[in-house]
Design a protein around this ligand. Sequence first.
Ligand SMILES: [Zn+2]
Length: 195
Amino acid sequence: MASLRDLSVYRTAFFSALLLLRACTHALHSGTRGYRLAQAMHITTRVGVAAKERDVAVKWIKRCLREITRKEHELPVDYATARSDITVTLKHAGHRSSACAKGVNIDLAAYLRQSSALSEYPAFAHDRVIGSRANLTPELVLAATIAHEISHFVQYRYGPDTRWLMNRYRKPHGEGFQDIYRILRSQVVNPYFTH
Ligand SMILES: [Zn+2]
C-alpha cells in the first residue's frame, strides 16, 4: 500500500507531466510553419520610435498589404508572402518617407508633430481620390503616407510580374503607381475620412 509520502511524489510527478505537456503544446504552436510565416515581417525601428507609434504604422502597413494582395488585384503574391517580402524601417529623422523593391522607410516625424495636412505629389495633388487633403487626423495623414510608400514597394517589387502593371510600373509616380495608390486610398484610407 502506498504511503502518504509516495502519494505526494506521484502528485508532483503528475503536475510536472502536465506542465511539460503544456510547454510542448506551446512549442508546437509557435514552431509551425504557417504561424511563423504569418508573423514574419522584418521591422527595424530607429532610436526614439515608441512601441505605440510602431504599432499604429504596422497596423496600416498590414491593412494596405492585405488589400493589395486580394485575388481581384491579380498580384503574383498572397498576403503572407508579401508580409515576409517587405522590409519596414520606422524612424523619426524629419526626412521624407521612401520606398523601393525591398521595402518601405516611414518617417514618423510628421505624425509626432500631429500634422493634419496630407501633401501629395504635384501631378495628382488635385485628384479627388489620391490627392492632397487638409484637416485630417494625424493618424490618417500617416495612413495615406504609408499607402503611398506601399504603392511604390508594390510597383517595383511586383510590377514586372503583374499583368496590368508590367508595361507601366516603371515611372516613380506614373500610371502604374497611381493605379495601385488609387486602390489603397479608396479601399483602405479614404473610408475613414469624415469630409
Ligand atoms: Zn512617392
